[in-house]
Design a protein around this ligand. Structure first.
Ligand SMILES: C[S@@+](CC[C@H](N)C(=O)[O-])C[C@H]1O[C@@H](n2cnc3c(N)ncnc32)[C@H](O)[C@@H]1O
Length: 333
């Protein structure tokens, strides 16, 4: 198996790229169209042959192919045949680019509806759906790659090690498992909790269990892994819920942390840079209650639910916030 830490990231190809790295929307939409309609699979070929093979309109296929050629994803030979060009994306890059196009369409169709009503669905043809769950996890894992080691370091920096025993870590809403595997690689006794359907995908994939990570399938609001833990990481997780549910979750986590244990919230916060602000729209169109909650809201909820020593680090580029806090609820007992 390839060393996952050395694999290339696709973060720069996603809708959460830094503003100066964000790819052109015209390329993203044409790429997604070519991916989802089978145009890419029908290559190499001239537009007439590709249109015939895919059952698409020849002029539209010609237009899309020329955009991809203009960005060097394709090249055109002397006979008018389109073939992979110098910038032809790899498999993960292809999925990331197509996913980026889908996000543009979700913003364009759902934002106009949700600006009036937080839970409205898009009018007309409706918003495009996301990828299947396993593909979605693979996309997120690929985009997350630049953050994994840095987030884990930021967490471990804040947890006092006890000589003679490994730190007990829960990766809550761990999804693809990259954070859990990195904690395990650094010697932590690690559990990953996610919804049962995601745990099934992880179990089938095998890498996370092979890394020594224990898997716990259950809803974090009703069936939290019992612990106790020295550290609970919530990575791109709290943003999926409204603040009332986040408060509930933070309070529940105090019950599975040891006295003085740490919670770490790694997410995009709207007051910390342009990607954090854009993430608010991602959550607006992708969830019915989530948001890029600002750092002040997290600080307030952490303080209200009994945490102390709240600090925030920003890691990698574009910077992701890692807010950590100590379980102080035991002081009051
Ligand atoms: C955006 S992914 C984050 C994955 C990973 N932690 C990261 O930072 O890249 C959010 C994960 O939370 C999981 N999730 C959503 N609701 C949950 C719940 N109520 N209980 C447990 N996991 C949940 C989803 O299945 C998904 O895998």
């Amino acid at each position: 198996m390839a060393d996952e830490r050395s694999e290339a990231s696709t973060q720069h190809l996603t809708a959460l790229a830094a503003p100066d790295a964000l790819i052109d929307w015209r390329l993203a939409l044409c790429y997604e169209t070519a991916h989802t309609t089978g145009i890419l699979d029908a290559l190499p070929g001239a537009p007439a042959r590709v249109a015939e093979a895919t059952g698409l309109d020849e002029q539209a296929v010609t237009d899309v192919l020329h955009v991809l050629a203009a960005w060097d994803h394709l090249s055109i030979d002397g006979t008018g045949t389109f073939t992979p060009g110098g910038a032809w994306p790899s498999g993960p890059e292809r999925l990331a680019l197509a996913g980026h196009g889908t996000w543009i369409r979700r913003w364009a169709t759902t934002l106009p509806a949700r600006i009036h009503d937080r839970t409205a669905t898009a009018d007309g043809a409706g918003a495009p759906g996301g990828p299947d769950p396993a593909t979605g996890l693979a996309l997120l894992e690929s985009a997350t790659r630049p953050y994994v080691a840095r987030v884990v370091e930021a967490c471990l920096d804040r947890v006092p090690a006890e000589p003679g025993r490994p730190l007990r870590v829960l990766d809550l809403g761990g999804g693809h498992g990259a954070y859990a595997r990195e904690f395990a690689r650094r010697g932590c006794a690690t559990t990953l909790q996610d919804l049962p359907a995601v745990i099934d995908i992880l179990a089938a994939d095998g890498r996370t269990a092979a890394a020594g990570v224990e898997l716990h399938g259950g809803d974090a609001f009703t069936d939290l892994a019992p612990g106790p833990y020295d550290l609970v990481l919530c990575g791109i997780f709290t943003n999926m819920f409204g603040l009332d549910r986040v408060r509930d979750l933070l309070a529940r986590v105090t019950g599975i942390l040891v006295p003085g244990g740490r919670i770490a919230i790694a997410t995009w916060m709207r007051d910390l840079g342009p990607v954090g602000a854009a993430f608010g729209i991602q959550m607006l169109v992708a969830t019915t209650e989530g948001d890029a909650h600002p750092s002040g809201a997290y600080r307030r909820l952490l303080a209200e639910t009994g945490y102390a020593g709240i600090g925030v680090a920003e890691v990698a580029d574009p910077p992701l916030a890692v807010m950590t806090a100590e379980n102080g609820a035991w002081d009051a007992a």
